[in-house]
Design a protein around this ligand. Structure first.
Ligand SMILES: [Zn+2]
Length: 240
């Protein structure tokens, strides 16, 4: 495979949090981290989808909120995440993707970790940045084929003939939420929401900023290096 070095032996890692705008490559990097360190990748989307099959009181309260068209409150989101983090597969670490999303959630998380049974006062926060223009271009260039579903990108993965699918020659279309005005709006909304989180974690000295604008493998290499540095292997680690 692509991995040059063998994966390190499993060892407890501090929780890893991934921040970054849509399109920065969080999902891809989270999967690679999960494979290398044998820790679960927890996206809030997945946690909530999983809850759809649960019969608990908590699940019912969440669905009530959603059915009424309300945003699920911070308090409820935190309870759902707490429930998930207490399961056994999170013992040696985990990757949170999409949580925390607000400052109250971030404050709650730090308190939860500091007071938990496995006190983990430290977190590794990775902020994947992408230049606004790069990202804008990347999102703006996305096209898909309505017939076969294949995805193209005018800048990074163009079709052989502009505007038509290589496989079936159907005219390519742009997703509705990929139009320039919507992209601009989405990015600025995300930035407004994320920057306070970035500052919060930077203030605690636990933020690693990585450029997600480079080739995917390079970003992965830096990510692994950053984690090794933040959580160096020590003989004592296994005993804790
Ligand atoms: Zn096609």
């Amino acid at each position: 495979m692509t991995e040059a070095q063998p994966a390190p032996a499993p060892r407890p890692l501090p929780p890893v949090l991934l921040l970054g705008v849509p399109g920065a490559g969080k999902g891809t990097q989270a999967k690679r981290l999960s494979l290398r360190y044998h820790i679960p990748h927890l996206s809030t989307g997945d946690i909530f989808r999983e809850m759809a099959h649960a019969e608990s009181d908590l699940a019912k309260r969440v669905w009530n909120d959603m059915r009424q068209g309300n945003l699920v409150s911070d308090d409820l989101v935190c309870q759902v995440v707490a429930e998930r983090l207490q399961r056994d597969d999170c013992r040696s670490g985990y990757i949170l993707d999409g949580f925390p999303r607000t400052l109250p959630q971030a404050r709650w998380l730090m308190q939860f970790l500091e007071s938990g049974p496995r006190a983990a006062a430290r977190v590794i926060v990775i902020y994947l940045t992408v230049g606004y223009n790069d990202l804008y271009r990347r999102l703006l260039g996305r096209r898909s084929c309505p017939a076969c579903g294949r995805i193209y990108n005018d800048f990074t993965q163009p079709p052989r003939h502009a505007g038509v699918c290589d496989l079936d020659q159907s005219p390519l279309v742009q997703r509705k939420d990929d139009d320039p005005a919507v992209i601009r709006e989405r990015l600025s909304a995300y930035e407004q929401q994320t920057l306070p989180l970035v500052e919060f974690f930077r203030g605690r000295g636990s933020l690693l900023e990585l450029s997600g604008g480079e080739a995917v493998d390079r970003v992965t290499g830096r990510l692994f290096a950053a984690i090794e540095q933040a959580a160096p292997e020590s003989p004592a680690a296994g005993a804790l």
